[in-house]
Design a protein around this ligand. Structure first.
Ligand SMILES: *Cc1c(COP(=O)(O)O)cnc(C)c1O
Length: 378
């Protein structure tokens, strides 16, 4: 099968050479907007592209407000601060995620708590979340308290892994029941919907990323989406050095961050977004092609769950066991077909070893088996 796969991928991408995992595609107005941005001299902290981007993202996702940020990690950090995550608080998330989700929690001097994922979505399991809370938490005067640690569980960050929506409606209602703020890490899921609602729109904040490897890129960039006007205003303020608006005076009313997105990055992403629908279509086609190939070869290809529409950002397969996985990774990478395993579980990293974790059976099962295969738009 493995040698078949090498041939198959080369045929898909029409090349005899190597195939990357995911490369950006600049086939639209990228150079036009970048030139316009440079000619205007407004490449940095202000400019029309930032405003246009925020408008476009809120139109596309259906969120009332969008705040452009320098990257997804900073957008997560800002969202958690605005969700009032204080030092000593706890934030529930999944161990199967990119490290930024957990880093953002620690930036707030809060602690991650790990709850298992579902096998089919690879995202936070509502069943796992519910049973964790039933066992470990109680709501006292409107606050969710962890009975084991005595700390407040302030927020929950589910993540839509590789663009596949998790069961976010169930997660949202559990969070509501336990007075936990929901912050969605939708960094990988621009263009993914659950029940026809864009991912990132089910809690108070949703976070997008426009990093170089994501479905569309600003070089680096991120965005917070929210329906809360007050929070949107605060997010803008906090991420633009907390400068008090004034035509010439420099005054700041709190310690803010320099987390704004430069205008030149906004110019690039705007052009990219004009092709998002095309990219989504192509990713879906690619998924169909892979699905057929892998079903013939008796290998599980990961698909979107019912009621959801995935952006199929990174195409994903599940191999038999760790041994098979390692063999597959070796054969493919040695032959120039780039593939990679899913992340090492967060609770196994030194920084998060001491964090509370509930039975992570599915996460561990997936960790041994999941591999991403070449996913670039052709
Ligand atoms: C990419 C990513 C981020 C961080 O985004 P950056 O823009 O790279 O800072 C956060 N969480 C997840 C799950 C990601 O994949």
């Amino acid at each position: 099968m493995f040698t078949n796969f090498l041939e198959f991928v080369r045929e898909i991408y029409q090349t005899e050479g190597s195939v990357p995992l995911h490369e950006p595609k600049f086939i639209g107005n990228e150079k036009v907007y970048l030139n316009e941005c440079i000619d205007s001299t407004f490449v940095s902290s202000v400019g029309k592209f930032v405003d246009l981007l925020e408008e476009k993202i809120s139109d596309y996702t259906g969120s009332k407000y969008a705040i452009a940020i320098c990257n997804g990690t900073s957008a997560l950090h800002t969202s958690l601060l605005l969700a009032n995550v204080n030092p000593g608080d706890e934030v529930i998330t999944q161990p199967l995620t990119f490290v930024a989700t957990c880093s953002a929690i620690v930036y707030c001097n809060a602690k991650p708590v790990f709850v298992d994922v579902d096998r089919d979505t690879m995202g936070l399991s509502p069943k796992g979340l519910k049973s964790f809370l039933e066992k470990n938490a109680e709501v006292k005067s409107g606050k969710c308290v962890n009975k084991i640690s005595g700390n407040i569980i302030k927020a929950c960050i589910p993540m839509h892994t590789f663009g596949h929506p998790c069961r976010i409606d169930e997660i949202a209602s559990i969070c509501q029941e336990y007075s936990i703020e929901l912050v969605e890490d939708a960094a990988e899921s621009l263009g993914s919907f659950y029940n026809n609602q864009h991912t990132g729109r089910f809690g108070k904040f949703g976070v997008l990323s426009f990093n170089g490897n994501k479905i569309v890129t600003a070089g680096g960039g991120g965005c917070i989406i929210t329906d809360d006007e007050n929070m949107a205003r605060k997010a803008k303020h906090l991420t633009t050095t907390a400068k008090v608006p004034h035509p010439w005076e420099y005054s700041h009313d709190m310690i803010g961050f320099n987390y704004r997105m430069p205008n030149i990055n906004a110019a690039l992403i705007l052009a990219q977004l004009e092709n998002l629908d095309k990219f989504l279509l192509e990713k879906r086609k690619l998924a169909e092609i892979y699905k057929n190939f892998f079903s013939e070869n008796d290998i599980q290809f990961v698909e979107e769950i019912k009621n959801s529409k995935s952006n199929y950002w990174l195409q994903t397969i599940i191999l038999e066991n760790r041994e098979e996985r390692d063999k597959f990774l070796q054969v493919t990478n040695e032959n120039g077909i780039m593939t990679r395993p899913i992340w090492k579980l967060m609770n196994k990293l030194d920084m998060f070893k001491e964090c509370q974790a509930e039975s992570l059976i599915n996460s561990e099962w997936l960790e041994d088996r999941v591999v991403n295969i070449p996913s670039s738009v052709r």
